[in-house]
Ligand binder design. Sequence first.
Ligand code: SF4
Ligand code: SF4
Length: 442
Amino acid sequence: MSQKSVTFKGGIHPPHFKKMTENVPIERAEEPSLVIIPMQQHIGAPCEPIVKPGDKVKVGQKIGEAKAFVSAPIHSSIAGTVKKVAESNTPTGKAVCVFIESDGTNEVCESVQPKGDLENISKEEIISIIKEAGITGMGGAGFPTHVKLSPPPDKTIDYVVLNGAECEPYLTADHRLMLEHPEKVVFGLKVLMKAVGVTKGFIGIENNKPDAIETMNKAVSSESNIEVVVLQTKYPQGDEKRLINAATGRKVPNGGLPMDVGVVVNNVGTAAAICDVFKTGMPLIERIATITGSAIAKPRNLIIKVGTPFKDIINQCGGYKEEVGKIIMGGPMMGLAQFTDEIPTIKGTSGILVLDKEDATLPEPQACIRCGKCVNICPVNLQPLIISKLSLKGMYDEAEKFNATSCIECGSCSYICPSKRPLLQAIRVAKKEIIAKRRARG
Ligand code: SF4
Ligand code: SF4
């Protein structure tokens, strides 16, 4: 059955670069001999370590306690001995990390138990289970999932939308997940729907993944309240506000949240992780990631244990075949550039992208030729050329009047600019300054 595809105004069409891994089945990475598990892996307050050097830990054992509401506990991904608890480099900056040396047993913690029949678990219990399992958004941003599932009483939620767009070039982890484990995605969606008390769920998938659309359509064929929405292939289709509009027709206002229009959005990977928690009891200790790029010898989709060093994962992909130009956690548009491969993977590591020198070299920026392309493609209807100019002059109050803080940092403007101006970088500076000023004002 052909399905009409939907989209949003603006956006860009960067090359996909997904061929390297889109047909490569998911495999399990080798067991790490050492994991370095950061206590800050999500948006919100860091966790406090509850283990010390010399302690023996098991797979799935809690090692970091979340002390704030916007936080999520952290668990050990291996069995072994805590070697040290110390500050170390992580993909998101320095953080306290728990270093665990494997004992090779993979002994599972006694607390890891299946949660039983979903029918018999209340909404409140579901949210508590998700919180205790340390579930955070797997699409990259890493927002604690239990927070999204706990809207204030004045907000009514009508829909849960799963993000299977995977609009970032290079990444294929979500695509492979939907092809190989559609039942996990559907079960996870049902758990999320029960948690917020809704009877309608959507799964949005870009139309460059026809096999995933077909597989997910089959997986939901007996679910009358779940619909697969076919999205046009366009970046940033996976941005939650664009996705909500395409799937439900609702528009999140500038500065608003999905819950303001009655929607909760989660990634398909998050849904699969939730399925694992309910079926096996295992908290979020591993994930699927795409290891790819022009400098990687053998690009793959791997299940990686949280805390495994980038370097070990890259070595399992044949190592580097070219001189490294850039290492990015995530995709090339919104991913985080890294200065070393001696950092651990985290819950939000959707991909490890390594570009060679040629692919990583950006042309020198030229003067703006006022072509207007950046304005035409901005999905939020901003004027990137003006905001970036004001930012470069330090005129942040003026930039605020041009809605700089509404920028979703998709990078489309920088990508499309024929003069290769670093528009996003300048806009980010303005956003940071404006937000800091607002905080100072209270
Ligand atoms: S201004 Fe922001 S939202 Fe608009 S295209 Fe540039 S990065 Fe994307
Ligand atoms: S796309 Fe680049 S050159 Fe064109 S108006 Fe925007 S900043 Fe200027």
